[in-house]
Design a protein around this ligand. Sequence first.
Ligand code: 9Z3
Length: 322
Amino acid sequence: MAEPRISSIDGKLAEEFAVPSHVEEVKEKMAAFASFHAEAGRKVVLITSGGTKVPLESRTVRFLDNFSSGRRGASSAEYFIDSGYAVIFLHRHRSLYPYTRMFLTINMLDALEFQGGGAPGNTGEVVVNQQVLPNIAKVLKRYEEVKKSRLLLPIEFSTLSEYLHLLKAAAQALSKIGSKAMFYLAAAVSDFYIPASEMPEHKIQSSNGPLQVRLSMKMVPKILSPLVKEWAPQAFVISFKLETDASILLDKARRALDTYRHQAVVANVLDSRRGYVVVVTLETQAELILTEEDVKNEVEIEERIVSNLTSAHDNFITQQVA
Ligand code: 9Z3
């Protein structure tokens, strides 16, 4: 299928996807963040993380969700910061978040206790139970350093519309720092949507019979195309390709590279994504694999992905300058 013209994507975005009211304000914040860090000699990465939500009704009771826990985005943010980057973290509301991600499975009240025990009448100072949270001090220390140096700018989205408009705003904001910007598009983004003009206002009634969702949904415009060609043409852009059928994965990844001509695709299969990915570029293909030993040592595959991409980004910047 032919790619829609770039300008038609801009028009479609404005017409069919509700513009979030705070988009201009967020864009300015992102632009200020990017210039501040670029002037300090840092590279800046925009990470997208978590799944988009597509409403089926304008007064939304039901929606279609794309699966993603947000772990890849959240852990990658930490590794990018460790590698000297400043991070804009465009993430799904309530998906995993850098640093706190490690404590998500813990009930906060189980991790707290009264100093001196829970004797009746003791409503004194509350302290952390270090057995429930053994590494809390180390993580808190790092979190505070990151906060103090303002290395992490969190921005939230929930719906596909918010994601698309905020990503466009981010791309325009980061275009000012040229090749020092990296886009790491790990969010799981819906391919289908219902345009606002065709969406029923009220809750769809089951008394109307079975719901034929797929037939009435349109294709989401391919945002990567204007991002690479128009909004941030000098940036280093990485997309992710997710499949459940391993046999079509690499072909799909290469096709995406051929179409958009960006710098790399990180290809993964849903079930094996924690231990195996392939970083595909126009000329190369690198398999990143965690061994049993790595898993025992709690190595995360995101550390390898980030290491691979930060080196590639450095080469990219050198080539642009040369
Ligand atoms: C991914 O492939 C991510 O690696 C995962 C990470 C979502 C699998 P978790 O958040 O999982 O750690 O649980 N993201 C990209 C998915 C996507 O929607 N890609 C689009 C596609 O495949 C194109 S950019 O068509």
